[in-house]
Design a binder for this molecule. Structure first.
Ligand SMILES: NC(=O)c1ccc[n+]([C@@H]2O[C@H](COP(=O)([O-])OP(=O)(O)OC[C@H]3O[C@@H](n4cnc5c(N)ncnc54)[C@H](O)[C@@H]3O)[C@@H](O)[C@H]2O)c1
Length: 398
């Protein structure tokens, strides 16, 4: 039985580790967070993802998945740690560096190391390979190194882990082939082989494509608002053109990927990546635009109750990372725009906001600010907002 060691047991690492555990691999999942390790070893999960609880329980019960704080010898090492940005939108690769340093002492000849974290171009070559070489490994000969970006959609991770096409980029041809062989064992999508830098860039290009196109939708929505026109109608009609596919506007762009990854391209070529930077600024600017919109409506009341519906960065998930909704609620509170009530059906509690049910929030409100298109909110009808002001940033209420 092949041994796999997965470093980082978050939204990507845990589904990957538990999937492999149920596909006949002996998997050691490693995380620096004791709570995460203990939760998983009890057969429980610390993140919400459909089907993940059942998969983790079954992988743990079969004995094929164990979680630990320290890596151990294995055949394949998968790095699935976070790659956020730090001050000045510079990539923060400290987790990738730390994870590489932690596995370096346990690597043996014939091992394969795969970076799955979304990373700036040349990270595999310029960050991981030197750390492994420093530890005495012959990278590309004794130890194969590749980048295989993850492109799953939260909410569909378990399906997409298997069905999506995968890009596998090796540090050399041998590494690419060994890594591709591994993914072909459990992926039903096509495995596309290239070099590491091309694989890194492809992933960043995918998310940048989304960001730039959402920026266009957000800008269209702002221009429509100026004209008193419904942007969702404009976009739906324009999209009837056979070669037009405008995306949907919202309160900004959030999450660990689309709001972050384009900065990795900008950081390497600040002078050239002008459109990409502007798109990021347009999407981040939408947050302030929504806050101003609420403030202009709040002026009509003495101290309005403002119901903020949704905190997650997108529909039907519990992930609040980089969420524009959270940023908007924080600003409304900081600027004391009114009495803020918050509803987020996908989480039980929040350290800063008291959460209430969405129906109750709407009843209490003078202004309803719809921030996320969660399935619960889609049940709301225009009649629920009679005599209230509705600011619908997602075009949910028709
Ligand atoms: N979440 C997604 O939907 C998604 C989709 C595609 C790609 N990605 C990319 O995948 C990568 C991982 O994202 P995520 O959402 O799973 O992150 P996450 O924050 O949910 O998980 C990262 C985990 O790594 C652990 N960790 C940090 N440093 C460590 C170390 N040195 N050793 C061991 N464990 C360590 C953390 O405690 C955490 O549990 C990122 O690069 C992200 O951009 C994420």
């Amino acid at each position: 039985m092949k041994k796999v060691c997965v470093i980082g047991l978050g939204y990507i690492g845990l589904p990957t580790a538990s999937l492999l555990g149920t596909k006949g691999y002996e998997v050691l999942g490693v995380d620096v967070d004791t709570r995460v390790v203990e939760t998983i070893n009890r057969g429980e999960v610390h993140i919400v993802e459909p089907g993940l609880d059942i998969l983790v329980r079954s992988a743990i019960q079969s004995g094929n998945l164990t979680a630990a704080l320290e890596p151990a010898e294995a055949d394949i090492f998968i790095l699935a740690v976070s790659t956020p940005f730090k001050e000045g939108y510079q990539p923060d690769l400290s987790q990738v560096e730390a994870a590489s340093r932690r596995i370096a002492p346990v690597l043996k000849p014939g091992n394969l190391v795969i970076l799955e974290s979304t990373s700036p171009v040349k990270t595999t070559e310029d960050v991981i390979a030197p750390i492994l070489r420093e530890a005495g490994h012959k990278v590309g000969e004794d130890v194969f190194v590749a980048h295989c970006p993850e492109r799953v959609l939260p909410g569909r991770i378990l399906t997409e882990l298997v069905e999506n096409d995968r890009i596998v980029g090796g540090i050399n041809e041998a590494s690419a082939e060994v890594a591709a062989e591994f993914y072909r064992e459990f992926v039903s999508g096509e495995v596309l082989v290239t070099d590491a830098a091309t694989a890194e860039f492809s992933k960043l290009a995918e998310n940048t494509f989304r960001d730039v196109n959402i920026a266009l939708a957000n800008e269209i929505s702002i221009l429509c608002d100026r004209e008193g026109i419904n942007p969702w109608d404009v976009i739906a009609l324009a999209n009837r053109h056979p070669r037009v596919q405008i995306l949907q506007p919202g309160p900004g762009v959030g999450g660990h990927c689309i709001a972050v990854d384009p900065w990795f391209l900008v950081a390497r070529a600040p002078e050239q990546a002008r459109l990409i930077r502007t798109a990021r600024e347009v999407n981040d600017g939408k947050i302030g635009w929504v806050v101003d919109k609420v403030k202009s409506c709040a002026g009509r009341f003495k101290r309005p109750v403002i119901a903020c519906l949704g905190l997650a960065f997108k529909a039907d998930i519990d992930d609040l990372r980089e969420s524009p909704a959270v940023k908007i609620v924080n600003r409304l509170i900081a600027e004391d725009v009114g009495q803020i009530v918050v509803s987020e059906p996908n989480i039980k509690s929040h350290d800063r906001f008291t959460l209430i049910g969405y129906e109750e929030a709407v009843v209490q409100a003078d202004i309803v600010l719809l921030l996320v298109d969660h399935r619960e909110f889609k049940r709301l009808k225009a009649i629920d907002f009679k005599e209230k002001i509705l600011i619908d940033t997602r075009g949910v209420v028709r």
